[in-house]
Design a binder for this molecule. Structure first.
Ligand code: TXA
Ligand code: MG
Length: 351
């Protein structure tokens, strides 16, 4: 760690890196109330055992997370949900059976006295998901109780999709991190968050389980951030905070922009430009103009690759010390919606 202040130095801990073969040691730390980050198919989570109030407080403190923003609880098994929430609607049951393990978080009515109260500050509900990541499912089983796991980034920063991202934000402040076998998380953006109380599914945060996929189970509506802010009952508090942002201003470049539109925008800048775009656009730009740094989203039209690379790209460009980031839009259709939701939140300027 380079920029610790004196207070931090007093608290500094040795952050151990675990893997599949040392999961038991990581589980032992979690049982003692320590913080250990874990990989998931979406992004890394900052783990703590969900019935220890002090450990959970540590998660808020380490992240600098606003205290009214509830945490997601991670389970290794559907039966853990039945044991820990007040009620499972038939619709929620179907969603679990269809999409778990996987990138879908479901909001359940809270059962008092199970999770530490600061997991769900001021809420009568609890958000639960079962990740599709073998190491983490085994870890939860070894701990024997669900784990809280907000994304393992400092509050406001892009979420972590690689072990290096977690270490960048938390080396010296958390007890450990489990390194996944793959170098980058499979999906790359956080899970879809839904309410499923009765006959209808309400999307509170879009993700890899899309509106079309959910629509095969029941009618679906998405509540936008502004609709959620206007409706106190179903509000997902995370929507009101600035998210996923690098230090530098981010310009969202519309999908309909041609090469010459890109070049015109770039010519207006006197700052060092970092570009996040697909390989084809990067090659075309590089052939016409020199700029400071770039990161590839993958082949043109590969939505899964772009979504997987989005946060890694924002983090890479932030560290490249460019002065402004130009990021390429995708088509905001069913498949591209989660990418566009996160990139729009990260962008200060939409051209
Ligand atoms: O993919 C993911 O969901 C990742 C990985 C690590 O599992 N976790 C994650 O957690 O993104 P976090 O804490 O960064 O985001 C949780 C979101 C926030 O927007 C929060 O406001 C919302 O879920 N949320 C949590 N509990 C809620 C509740 N009871 N009611 C409504 N929204 C809730
Ligand atoms: Mg987060």
């Amino acid at each position: 760690m380079t920029d610790l202040n004196v207070e931090d130095l007093n608290k500094a801990v040795n952050t151990q890196v675990f893997d599949y073969s040392t999961l038991k040691d990581a589980a032992a730390l979690l049982k003692q109330g320590k913080l250990v980050a874990f990989p998931t198919e979406t992004v890394y989570g900052l783990g703590a055992i969900a019935n220890n109030e002090t450990a959970v407080r540590g998660v808020f403190q380490a992240k600098g997370r606003p205290e009214d923003n509830p945490l997601i609880v991670h389970v290794s098994d559907i039966s853990q949900v039945h044991d820990t929430v007040a009620n499972v609607s038939p619709l929620a049951q179907r969603l679990m059976e269809t999409f778990w393990p996987g990138p879908l978080t479901i909001i359940f009515p809270l059962k008092e006295g199970v999770f530490a109260p600061n997991v769900t500050p001021g809420k009568k509900s609890v958000a639960v998901r079962m990740p599709r990541q073998m190491e983490t499912l085994l870890l939860i089983e070894m701990v024997g109780f669900p784990l809280v796991g907000p994304s393992a980034n400092l509050s406001g920063k892009p979420s972590p999709t690689a072990v290096e991202h977690v270490l960048n934000d938390f080396s010296g402040t958390i007890s450990g991190v489990i390194k996944a076998q793959s170098s980058i998380s499979e999906i790359g953006v956080e899970s879809t968050v839904v309410l499923a109380d009765d006959e209808q599914i309400v999307i509170l945060r879009p993700g890899a389980i899309t509106q079309n996929m959910l629509g095969k189970i029941a009618p679906v509506v998405e509540m936008t951030a502004s609709q959620q802010l206007a409706n106190k009952d179903v509000q997902s508090p995370g929507v009101k905070y600035l998210h996923y942002s690098p230090e530098q201003p981010v310009y969202l470049i519309p999908i309909e922009y041609t090469l010459s539109d890109w070049l015109k925008e770039m010519d207006k800048q006197e700052r060092k430009i970092g570009v996040l775009a697909d390989e084809k656009m990067l090659k075309a730009l590089e052939a016409n103009k020199s700029f400071y740094s770039s990161y590839s989203l993958g082949s043109e039209g590969d939505v899964a690759s772009a979504t997987r690379q989005l946060y890694a790209g924002l983090r890479y460009l932030e560290q490249s010390s460019c002065e402004i980031i130009f990021a390429q839009a995708l088509l905001d259709d069913d498949a591209g919606h989660a990418y566009m939701n996160r990139l729009t939140k990260a962008s200060n300027f939409v051209l």
